[in-house]
Design a protein around this ligand. Structure first.
Ligand code: PNW
Length: 492
């Protein structure tokens, strides 16, 4: 007979024993059961069909920038501009994944990972963004997809992870023009027609919020194309990106197999109640809707909120009702990239109904300046999205951290800080799934160290350490942690 041994039982019994007290009647059974990790795992499990994976993106890992007819992207130009990238790196070689993809699939397999989220480089498929497709454009991805499937790993493809064809930037100003939204839709349809026999899940755009604000606006970090547009144009860029997403959803529906599932991968502004009171929890829901007005809200509701438009005022984007309909084409799932709590929220009596609490300067961070540590974001982000928009399928499309990983004297990488981060964040994800919040899977960012955009090769996010000279991959302690967690399908 199996006795469901809860953590509370164990804590109670252990506490009583430690205090030298007699074990109270009825707790005797607990006293005789020794708490093996497997037993504790009863409370700590993830759903049986939970999808554990890792994530990467094309420009950050592939290299081979001139292979098989690829055209240049804005990241080739940007990273080869002096003083843009820390340490002066670029993605010309990156981590040579284009050549080493078979070895890299084995790294995933060694983790026991069930899925892999990668991105497709638009300028491999359409070297100038539009027009005649490159006949070799999908060859690499076909090889990769086949290799993944042969190894029992489910491919999840992202169509846009920031590497816009340079020709589109030059010709129409990139996302400043709705021509780019339309070109993105055409590219999405082309790809869907050719991969959805094997790829059943597609993310349209990765983190609209990040690449628009940092690439066209004024972020704490700068990204390609490195423009600083005034507010009206910046809001128009936002709108064109949301429109591009919607056009891609429609093109995938029109050109892909009927069983294809499509969604976004958005760096949702995660709103965490500063203290979990009913009033603050409600305030965090209201904040979720307002603080995600530019993307998530318009994508899931088909309208910009009144507060969003009032705040933008004369700088609001121009848009048509037809465009709002395209933007809000129904999605099958929502992908959330969650690294940190974006805002801590409390209830407020003013008309917004919420207030944002400023961060103290001592708030803890990981190795990237922007990466604040708040494990509860991995509970609240999916919880709020499920609640506010009644979303039925959520993936954590990215979560992870940078760490100052250096091989120790024994050659190993003891990244205790990444393990700490993961253990705590995943505890909150488990809280979410155990409450029935519909999170279907989790993709760790990243499989291996790679080109971290403006931070070049100086920030490492991988479960595998990469020696950027020799390209040697070495599992870190966190890879071992993730492997154990996947094997147990529970917190370890
Ligand atoms: C994401 N921020 O970027 C991207 O999707 C990945 O390509 C990237 O490597 C990863 O997270 C780690 O940075 C972000 O400043 C970059 O808030 C910056 C921020 C958030 C996400």
């Amino acid at each position: 007979m199996s006795h469901r041994f809860t953590r509370r039982d164990f804590a109670g019994a252990a506490g009583a024993l430690a205090a030298g007290l007699a074990v109270p009647p009825g707790k005797a059974e607990a006293q005789t059961v020794s708490a093996t990790p497997a037993m504790l795992a009863n409370d700590r499990r993830f759903p049986a069909d939970f999808v554990w994976g890792t994530a990467t993106s094309a420009y950050q890992i592939e290299g081979a920038v001139a292979a098989e007819g690829r055209g240049p992207s804005i990241w080739d130009s940007y990273s080869n501009t002096p003083n843009k990238i820390r340490g002066g790196g670029n993605g010309d070689r990156a981590v040579d994944h284009f050549q080493r993809y078979k070895e890299d699939v084995q790294l995933m397999k060694a983790l026991g990972a069930k899925a892999y989220r990668f991105s497709i480089s638009w300028s491999r498929v359409f070297p100038t963004g539009v027009g005649t497709p490159n006949p070799q454009g999908l060859d690499f991805y076909n090889r990769l997809i086949d290799e993944l499937l042969a190894n029992g790993i489910e491919p999840f493809a992202t169509l846009y992870h920031w590497d816009l064809p340079q020709a589109l930037q030059d010709r129409v100003g990139g996302w400043a023009s709705s021509d780019t939204s339309k070109a993105f839709g055409d590219y999405a349809g082309h790809v869907a027609q050719r991969i959805t026999d094997r790829v059943k899940n597609i993310f349209t755009i990765n983190e609209c919020g990040t690449f628009v604000d940092f690439g066209y606006g004024h972020g704490p970090v700068e990204l390609a194309p490195g423009l600083k547009l005034p507010q009206p144009q910046l809001n128009q860029v936002r709108h064109h990106v949301a429109l591009g997403h919607g056009m891609a959803v429609q093109a995938i529906r029109a050109n892909g197999r009927a069983d294809t599932k499509v969604g976004v991968a958005e760096n949702v502004a995660s709103c965490v109640p500063a203290i979990e009171t009913p009033a603050n929890i409600r305030a965090a829901e209201i904040a979720t809707r307002e603080m995600n007005g530019g993307y998530m809200t318009v994508i899931l509701e088909g309208r910009y909120t009144d507060a969003f438009l009032a705040y933008a005022g004369r700088n609001a984007p121009s848009f048509t009702a037809e465009e709002l309909k395209i933007i809000s084409s129904p999605v099958d799932f929502v992908g959330l990239n969650v690294y940190m709590p974006q805002y801590y929220v409390v209830a407020s009596g003013d008309q917004n109904g919420f207030a944002l609490v400023p961060f103290p300067t001592s708030f803890p961070r990981m190795d990237s300046d922007w990466l604040r540590i708040g494990p509860e974001a991995l509970y609240w982000a999916p919880r709020n999205v499920a609640k506010v928009w009644n979303v039925k399928q959520i993936y954590i499309s990215e979560n992870g951290t940078s760490a100052a990983d250096r091989p120790a004297g024994d050659g190993k990488i003891h990244d205790l800080d990444r393990v700490m981060y993961l253990r705590n964040y995943l505890t909150h994800l488990q809280r979410a799934t155990s409450e029935g919040i519909p999170v279907k899977g989790y993709f760790h960012w990243s499989l291996m160290d790679n080109f971290e955009w403006s931070d070049g090769y100086e920030k490492r996010f991988g479960l595998y350490h990469v020696d950027f000279e020799t390209q040697k991959r070495t599992p870190k302690l966190s890879a071992e942690f993730y492997r154990s967690l996947i094997a147990a399908n529970a917190l370890v």
